[in-house]
Design a protein around this ligand. Structure first.
Ligand SMILES: Cc1cc2nc3c(=O)[nH]c(=O)nc-3n(C[C@H](O)[C@H](O)[C@H](O)COP(=O)(O)O)c2cc1C
Length: 187
C-alpha cells in the first residue's frame, strides 16, 4: 500500500506543500511507502475546449495521472482562494478528468483532503468545495477525516512538524485513516 501527497499550490514557500510533506513524513514514520509530488513539476495550460480539440490533453496531465495510478491513496492539501479551491488545483483536476483511459483515476483509489491558510478558517471553505469536486463531480471515495490548519504562517516548527501537539495528532490521525481506507480499498 502506497500513498501520494500533493498540494494545490506550486509556490516555493507554500504552507500547503509543508503540510503535504509533513503527511508524507508521518506516513513514512509509520512504515508506509509515501511520496510527495510538486505541481510545479506538472505545469499545464488553463483548460480550454479548443486547445483540447486541437492538441489533446497535455502530456503533463497524462504524466500526473500515470503518477497517481501508482498509489492506492492520495492526499490533496489545498489552499483557499476566495472561499474555494485555487485555479491551479481545479485546472489540474479538470485536465485529469479529460484523460479517458481506464481505470478511472478518481474512482480506483481513496482520497483524503486537508488544507492550510494563514487566515482564521484554515482553508475550511476550500475543503468543502474540493470534497464536492472529488466526491460529487468525479465519484471519488473521500474519507471524512480532514485537517484544516489555521494561522499556518506560525504553525510549523523548523523541522516541518506542527508546533501544536493536538494539531500534529489530528493530522497524523488523518494520514492513518487514509492508510487504513486505502488498505481496505485495495484488498
Ligand atoms: C487570490 C487569492 C485569494 C485568497 N483567498 C483566501 C480565502 O478566501 N481564504 C483564506 O483563508 N486565504 C485566502 N488567500 C490567502 C491564502 O490562504 C494564502 O496566500 C496562502 O498562503 C496560499 O497557500 P500556500 O501558502 O500553500 O501557497 C487568498 C490568496 C489569494 C492569492
Amino acid at each position: 500500500m502506497r500513498l501520494l501527497f500533493f498540494a494545490g499550490s506550486a509556490r516555493e514557500g507554500s504552507h500547503n506543500k509543508k503540510l503535504a510533506r509533513l503527511g508524507q513524513h508521518i506516513a513514512e514514520a509509520n512504515g508506509i511507502e509515501a511520496v510527495f509530488a510538486d505541481l510545479a513539476d506538472y505545469h499545464m495550460p488553463i483548460y480550454h475546449g479548443d486547445l483540447e480539440d486541437d492538441e489533446g490533453v497535455p502530456e503533463r496531465a497524462r504524466a500526473f495521472k500515470a503518477l497517481l495510478e501508482e498509489y492506492d491513496g492520495v492526499m490533496i492539501v489545498t489552499p483557499e482562494y476566495n472561499a474555494a479551491v485555487p485555479p491551479l488545483l481545479k485546472n489540474t483536476i479538470d485536465w485529469l478528468s479529460r484523460v479517458k483511459d481506464e481505470p478511472d483515476v478518481f474512482r480506483a483509489r481513496v482520497f483524503a483532503i486537508s488544507g492550510a491558510s494563514p487566515g482564521y478558517y484554515g482553508a475550511m471553505r476550500s475543503l468543502l468545495v474540493l470534497r464536492q469536486i472529488l466526491a460529487v463531480g468525479l465519484g471519488a471515495t473521500v474519507i471524512p477525516q480532514q485537517m484544516a490548519l489555521p494561522r499556518a504562517s506560525q504553525a510549523f516548527e523548523d523541522d516541518g512538524s506542527l508546533k501544536d501537539e493536538s494539531q500534529q495528532k489530528t493530522f497524523a490521525g488523518v494520514v492513518e485513516a487514509l492508510a487504513v481506507a486505502a488498505r481496505k480499498f485495495t484488498a
